[in-house]
Design a protein around this ligand. Structure first.
Ligand SMILES: Cc1cc2nc3c(=O)[nH]c(=O)nc-3n(C[C@H](O)[C@H](O)[C@H](O)COP(=O)(O)O)c2cc1C
Length: 245
């Protein structure tokens, strides 16, 4: 099984989301999958210029010269594509959205009724990869990824596919807590559960209810998180005020 993870954060390997991606990739490899992680921030991906030549003059091929043809080729050759993104203002990052906009060559322009009475486009290919979603947010509740969940479910229908699994994590700033801090063991358990989830995806094409339940547990109570986050911001602001003197 070939899994490609597309990661849309400017933080690249230093990102909170990368902590989950790394564990997921390792777990999937343990279960026998071939896994590639693509850091979209390292790729040259121009904005779609809406010429729609990929639908008319050069069907299936974008005329812009950048890394997208190679990335789309990889996507179409994958069994599972994992879209991994931080939450930016309730949605995916700009990097991820630009990548998604540039995916339009893989569908055909003609309109057709798809699921639930929605309109979509015709297929260009017989088979599309299945999707997985990983997202992290700085708000304390899992709900911070709600819009992203809806978005990828709708997108997957458009691409004659489905979302096989979702891993969402609020309180994501805690993912990089030092092992020696009181939260270290909780984060370690979380990482183990991400690996388990990845193995389940490779073996059963889904995350079990029990593992999903573990992954959806908050690290700390929401009120405590808010209090700690506000203290952190106060100290950062005070630090800059101090350096101005
Ligand atoms: C511009 C911007 C907007 C953000 N918007 C949200 C948001 O709407 N909800 C949320 O929970 N976190 C939000 N965050 C926090 C990030 O989602 C969070 O820190 C994430 O874990 C960063 O992931 P990364 O380190 O992999 O880039 C925002 C961060 C930035 C920089």
């Amino acid at each position: 099984m070939k899994i490609t993870i597309y990661y849309g954060s400017i933080h690249k390997k230093k990102g909170n989301t990368y902590v989950i991606i790394n564990e997921f990739a390792e777990g999937a490899k343990e279960a026998g999958a071939e896994v590639d992680v693509v850091l979209l921030a390292e790729k040259k991906i121009k904005n779609c210029v809406a010429c729609l030549k990929c639908w008319t003059q050069t069907p299936g091929q974008c005329v812009l010269k950048d890394d997208m043809p190679e990335l789309l080729d990889k996507l179409m050759k994958s069994d599972i594509v994992v879209m991994a993104t931080p939450v930016y203002v309730h949605n995916v990052t700009g990097i991820m959205k630009t990548f998604i906009d540039r995916m339009i060559p893989i569908i055909d322009p003609h309109l057709v009724k798809i699921e639930n009475g929605d309109t979509g486009h015709f297929k260009r290919y017989d088979k599309y990869p299945k999707f997985g979603v990983i997202a992290t947010g700085g708000f304390p509740e899992q709900k911070c990824c709600e819009f992203i969940s809806q978005y990828f479910k709708r997108l997957s229908i458009e691409l004659y596919s489905e979302v096989l699994f979702e891993i969402y994590k609020g309180q994501a700033i805690l993912l990089k807590m030092d092992e020696k801090t009181p939260l270290g063991p909780l984060v370690n358990d979380y990482k183990k559960n991400v690996r388990k989830a990845a193995r389940e995806v490779v073996e059963h094409m889904k995350i079990s209810e029990d593992t999903a339940k573990q992954l959806n547990k908050p690290f700390i109570p929401e009120e405590m998180y808010i209090e700690q986050a506000n203290k952190y911001w106060d100290s950062r602001i005070a630090h800059y005020e101090e350096t101005k003197k």
